[in-house]
Ligand binder design. Structure first.
Ligand code: ZN
Length: 288
């Protein structure tokens, strides 16, 4: 879909700026690939869904970019946009939590690290949550937990399949116990969702770690990861230090996790929509 079409005003649906504007774009029009280090023309990278044309590395995709990728004509209705993070612990380390929030909000134009929306995926009505790693590492605080829970509850009420695209370093340490409680809350909501027999497709983008992986991200009926995504609870460096052993090559990468049965599929970003569509055909029947 050409980028120009993203700007078309659609009734009832949220008008948003496209992924290219949501990205943090440095001066100049070139980007350096995080994996191969090659210099890539930014427009080429955006047109290639933020996948490096030289080495195929999947860079971060913004939450809205993800909705555009997966939903028909980039159309959707956003929910729960008004939920704003609080700072119950008055947390301070190198900078205050409020400063981190303000900077992330300024940079991403998001209120927090997840966007809830309803739309159609190849004509299948779906409830979808897209996480955004650029917002404090996609970490799960009270707002992300509440948004995921509300998306699950709305999927139950509206009898819709659920898709959650995770991209997160884990729980948000700045919210302490309040962030850890989101693991229980989202998992309990997911248990209620499972009683409906509606499908939940969990997509793990690089990285999906910690409390997010240890709660809703690993509970999908089908768990799909993007190539080379880092997936796990504690990171490899922490594990190596703890057990004082060298870890296998590619430990916790999507392909490694697939080999060991932790996930169901590794799917290239360009094939993600079609793959989820086929899964929905299977679970809920083909659409007209
Ligand atoms: Zn590359």
């Amino acid at each position: 879909m050409p980028i120009s079409e993203w700007f078309h005003k659609k009734e009832k649906y949220t008008q948003i700026t496209p992924a290219i504007e949501k990205r943090t774009i440095p001066d100049g029009v070139w980007s350096k690939c995080k994996k191969c280090g090659e210099i890539v023309y930014q427009k080429e990278l955006v047109n290639n869904l933020e996948v490096c044309p030289k080495c195929d590395f999947h860079h971060e995709l913004s939450a809205y970019g993800r909705l555009h990728l997966l939903l028909d004509d980039g159309k959707f209705k956003e929910f729960d946009k008004h939920l704003l993070p609080a700072d119950p612990l008055k947390f301070t380390s190198e900078k205050t939590y409020l400063e981190s929030l303000n900077q992330s909000q300024e940079r991403t134009k998001l209120a927090d690290a997840a966007v809830n929306a309803k739309g159609k995926l190849n004509n299948h009505p779906v409830m979808i949550v897209a996480m955004d790693f650029r917002f404090i590492g996609g970490s799960m605080g009270s707002v992300v937990g509440e948004k995921v829970t509300r998306a699950i509850e709305r999927a139950i009420t509206d009898k819709l399949p659920l898709i959650i695209v995770s991209s997160s370093g884990g729980a948000r340490m700045q919210e302490g116990i309040f962030s850890l409680m989101q693991m229980a809350k989202t998992s309990a909501a997911m248990a209620r969702f499972k009683e409906t027999n509606l499908p939940y497709v969990s997509v793990l983008a690089n990285p999906t770690m910690g409390g997010v992986m240890a709660s809703f991200a690993s509970l999908g009926d089908v768990v799909i990861a993007e190539p080379e995504a880092l997936i796990g609870f504690a990171g490899p460096r922490v594990i190596e230090k703890t057990i004082r052993q060298k870890l296998p090559k590619d430990f916790q990468r999507a392909e490694f996790m697939l080999d060991y049965g932790q996930i169901d599929l590794v799917v290239h970003r360009r094939d993600l929509k079609e793959t989820i569509s086929k899964l929905l055909d299977f679970f809920v029947g083909e659409t007209e």
